[in-house]
Structure formats: C-alpha cells, structure tokens
Design a protein around this ligand. Structure first.
Ligand SMILES: *Cc1c(COP(=O)(O)O)cnc(C)c1O
Length: 425
C-alpha cells in the first residue's frame, strides 16, 4: 500500500496486510518457534543475512505487524514492541549507552522512568542528569558532558502535565550530536508526532491510551531513521563498528535507517528478552483500531471537567495544559493543537483530608493505580504512590499533598460531571 494515508485510516488498516487467502484479521502467531526446510536457511537468519523469524524471544510476526502500525502512526522508519513501557525506555537507552556514558533527562518525567534512569541504570554505570525542562538553552547546555549520549523527555509529563518544548530540546541535543528520545505516551501520535519537531526516537507505554482499555501492559520504540550515527561514529561504536556476536555485522552499514531497531532486536531482545506476548500485541492492535476516536473524546471530556473544577469554590487549583491560563497552555497550543490528553490534576481547599473524603464518595470514577483508559479513574499520590512521604517531603518532590490525579474517560460527560459534583458536595 504505497498511497499516503491519514492517521485515522492507519489506526484501522495499518500494519497487517494479508496476502491472497490469508486471514483478514491479524493472526496471533502463538508459536515460540518457526520451521525451515534446510539448516542453511536457518543459519542465514542467525547471521542476519536474511529476514525471518526463528524464536519469539527476539521477534514474532504478530508483534511486528502491530509495531509497523505504530511506526506508520509516528511517521518513523522502524519500530519494535516491548513487554512494557519501562522495557521500551530501558532498551532505548541501553541500545546506545554503556558503562561510563551519560544522559540528560527532563526532571518532570514519570516516576518509574526516573527511578530506572537514576537508580537502576546508575548501577550499570550510566549517569543521568535531571534538568528543569523550562530552563533556558544556556542553562540546559551546562548539563552536557563529553560522554553524553542521549537526551530524554516526555511530550506531556505523567503526572506533572508539563508540556515539553520539543524543538528546544532537539536543538540542544543536536548541537551536542546526540539523539533526542521522546516518550510520547500521554499525547499519542493522534495529538503529537515528535519526529515532526526534531525528535529522533519515540517511545511509548502502550499500556495507556494505545491499548486504551486497561487490558495489557506493553511498550514500543520507534526510530525516525533520521539521526546520523555515522557522523559521530566514535560516540556510538555499538552501531558503527562490527558486532562480533553476529559475525562482524556493522548495523549502520548493513541496515541503514533500520540500524537502531535491528540492533535493539538482535542484541538486547536476544540477551534480555523483554518481548511483548503475541496475545498482548493482538489486544493492543484492537485498541489501536479506535485510538483516533477515543483520544479526541478523552480530550473533550477532560477540558469540560477542568473547566467545571475551575468554576468550583471548593477547588484550590486545576492543572490541565488545554485550559486557558495554564502554565503550559501556549506550548500545548503549539505542539498539541487538537488536544493534549485526558489526564488532569487538581487540589481541594481542604487539602489531603478533603482529597481522600472526596475520592471515597466517587461512584463512577474508580480508585485505581492506572491512568489513560476508557474508564474515568482517580488517584491521590499523597495517599498512594507517594504515601511514605511527609507533607514537607511531598512538596520537595513536586507533589502537592492535595493533588488528585484524575484520568478522564470516554463516558458521557454529564455522567462524569454529576459524579464529581455529588462527591464535592
Ligand atoms: C506508564 C508510563 C510508563 C511506564 O509504562 P509501563 O507500561 O507501565 O511499564 C512510562 N512512561 C510514561 C509516560 C508512562 O505514563
């Protein structure tokens, strides 16, 4: 299919392209392994001399069809699925960093990613400098070292709802000849395509809006194919010099725009195996088929809820990038003109105590740890994810003790507002 398609059509038809007589619906290749006629044929696969499947720990046709759909949605060159968003971000970094290397990362990113980068990757010998995403370019420039190999940020930070100035971060990264990696989970390609703003690699927790129904944990990495690894070959020897574990293949020479994803599949998946189960990829694909319908509805409902909360005397503050007057409204208008996401945060005048009382009274909105699925749900970070911290420590961590994180679903808006109203009253 060479004709250029709209995102809506890619959501439904992208990825699986059945040939004559093949199943119309993406099949689940529920098989660990794949059969070959000759030993020689299988050998060529192991040498990366031929494309094909041999073991599902590395790759599987169901996964690849879904990765291809996400790749087209982002406008990328190559993509792979991973078992979770955490695995996607870990592989995105480990594919180009090793002991002694350094990354620059927006401080407001998701707590899980921040732990991965500043605690676990540190044990691997990779250092991470967290930076204020709103700092000036001169200020941000100071975070770079000669060993910096990547810059990382989230289009819309979870749960801080900070909108990243992607162009600013791309300029900085490229002035130091390193790629910009963007976690596009909250925006999804329906609302923002980071490659169009200069990002080089995009990651996703597909667990959120892409799946959209809270069914499966998963992740994805998409490479734009735009970063010129060869131009700074000495920085990225893993991509630009022979890989002895594959008979001396040099990824950039042999795979061109597919180099980064091929290396991540052939090396990291082979050795660490954080593959998405084909069953989960099948479910993710069903979620993707309605992404273009669900995301605008999430945004429309969230804006109505944010405006409603802002009008209430018992609400102390509301954060939502789509709300006029929000600190990130202008950046959201630039990068997310059609809507930001369904997640908002707000605080009640009664603080921490009022927050838990309010949540206990909700009937339609459920208290869960998840965000970004079809059902409205709610979490109080001070009582849940950040429970061990005192009020003073919470403020230091950037979490207001009164903060309620509300993930607005796609139910009928009046029903959502009625539920919030009765709980507030
Ligand atoms: C949830 C989330 C992750 C982690 O994804 P999992 O699928 O839970 O591993 C990473 N980044 C962002 C922005 C997220 O919201």
């Amino acid at each position: 299919m060479s004709q250029k398609q709209s995102l809506e059509t890619i959501c439904i038809q992208g990825g699986w392209q059945p040939k004559n007589g093949e199943p119309r619906i993406l099949p689940i290749y529920q098989s660990t392994t794949f059969k070959y006629e000759t030993s020689e044929q299988m050998g060529r696969l192991f040498d990366l001399e031929e494309n094909g499947y041999f073991y599902t720990r590395l790759s599987n046709p169901t996964n690849d069809a879904v990765a291809d759909k996400i790749c087209k949605l982002e406008g990328g060159a190559a993509a792979m699925l991973t078992s979770s968003g955490q695995a996607a971000n870990m592989y995105a970094i480990l594919n180009i960093c090793s002991e002694g290397d350094h990354i620059v990362c927006a401080a407001t990113i998701y707590g899980g990613t921040s732990n991965l980068f500043t605690v676990t990757l540190k044990r691997f010998g990779i250092q991470c400098t967290l930076v204020d995403p709103d700092a000036s370019e001169e200020e941000l420039d100071k975070a770079f070292t000669p060993n910096t190999k990547a810059v990382f940020g989230e289009t819309i930070a979870n749960p801080a709802l900070v909108v990243l100035d992607i162009e600013k971060f791309a300029r900085l990264a490229h002035s130091h000849q390193v790629p910009l990696i963007i976690d596009n989970t909250f925006a999804t390609p329906i609302n923002c395509r980071p490659f169009e703003w200069g990002a080089d690699i995009v990651t996703h927790s597909t667990t959120k809006y892409m799946d959209g129904h809270a069914m499966t944990v998963g992740g994805c990495i998409v490479d734009s194919g735009n970063f010129d690894w060869e131009a700074c070959a000495q920085k990225y020897p893993g991509l630009t010099t022979p890989d002895n574990s594959y008979h001396g293949v040099t990824y950039t020479k042999k795979f061109g725009k597919g180099a980064y994803i091929t290396k991540a599949t052939a090396q990291l998946m082979r050795d660490m195996g954080s593959i998405q189960a084909p069953q989960n990829a099948f479910l993710l694909n069903i979620g993707l088929e309605t992404l273009h319908l669900r995301v605008p509805r999430h945004c429309e409902n969230a804006l109505a809820v944010a405006q409603f909360l802002q009008s209430r005397g018992d609400v102390a503050w509301v954060k939502y990038p789509g709300l006029k007057g929000d600190r990130y409204y202008d950046l959201a208008q630039k990068y997310l003109p059609h809507g930001s996401c369904g997640v908002i945060s707000f605080g009640l005048k009664g603080g921490r105590k009022a927050a838990s009382e309010f949540m206990d009274k909700l009937k339609l909105a459920a208290i869960v740890t998840h965000v970004a699925d079809a059902r409205t749900c709610v979490l109080h970070p001070a009582s849940h994810t950040h429970r061990q911290l005192s009020d003073e420590q919470l403020v230091e961590a950037g979490v207001d003790p009164s903060m309620i994180r509300l993930s607005v679903g796609i139910e009928q808006i009046d029903d959502i507002l009625t539920d919030l109203k009765q709980a507030l009253n």
